[in-house]
Design a protein around this ligand. Structure first.
Ligand code: SF4
Ligand code: SF4
Length: 187
């Protein structure tokens, strides 16, 4: 564990862009949509608890539609991986705009019980080979962590507003209207 450094070197194995489900925040979605011009409904999918592992059933970002619950994720194909993965180069086509979780992977944030930042370590259960033959400076990760913390309550409020809507015709994709449409109409 390191407050400022973690022993790690990415060996470009491709696992995180192929096998791992990425959960973007609404701010990730807006940034990607604005910078790529791609409609969010094309690059997102909404997954049920059976289709996703490692997310607590009580996580505050689950969207409820009827008897089912959904989590917003980047669209992914079991074989070819993330929607934004270049199949020829195996690089990320939206690297500058990629979601926060992609930037944090494979690091795990450590906080005290009182939610005071302690540092970063390598996740032990996300499938990364975790080569430790270099030193990774975590300054940029800390800035991202602060950014994310600022947005957490806002994300919760958006989900709450969506979950309050009891319209039986509501689809999980309609969650996008709560922030994408608002952003579009503000331009
Ligand atoms: S957005 Fe980019 S970095 Fe993130 S999983 Fe997709 S291809 Fe990988
Ligand atoms: S899984 Fe780990 S080693 Fe492989 S590409 Fe992702 S960060 Fe790099």
């Amino acid at each position: 564990m390191g407050r400022y450094h973690v022993k790690f070197k990415c060996c470009q194995c491709g696992h995180c862009c192929t096998d791992v489900v990425c959960l973007p925040t609404p701010w990730d979605v807006l940034r990607i949509a604005m910078n790529t011009g791609v409609d969010p409904e094309r690059f997102l999918e909404f997954l049920t608890p059976e289709e996703i592992t490692g997310v607590d059933k009580n996580d505050p970002t689950w969207l409820f539609v009827g008897d089912e619950q959904y989590m917003m994720a980047l669209r992914r194909d079991e074989t070819t991986g993330c929607f934004f993965l270049d199949q020829r180069t195996k690089g990320c086509t939206i690297y500058e705009h990629r979601p926060l979780l992609c930037r944090l992977y494979p690091f795990k944030l450590l906080e005290t019980r009182g939610e005071i930042f302690k540092g970063f370590s390598l996740h032990s259960d996300v499938g990364c080979p975790r080569h430790q033959d270099d030193i990774f400076n975590t300054d940029a990760l800390y800035a991202l962590y602060l950014d994310d913390k600022m947005h957490q309550d806002d994300y919760g409020e958006l989900v709450e507003a969506f979950n309050k809507n009891k319209d039986t015709n509501q689809r999980p994709e309609d969650f996008l209207q709560l922030f994408v449409e608002i952003e579009r109409s503000s331009k």
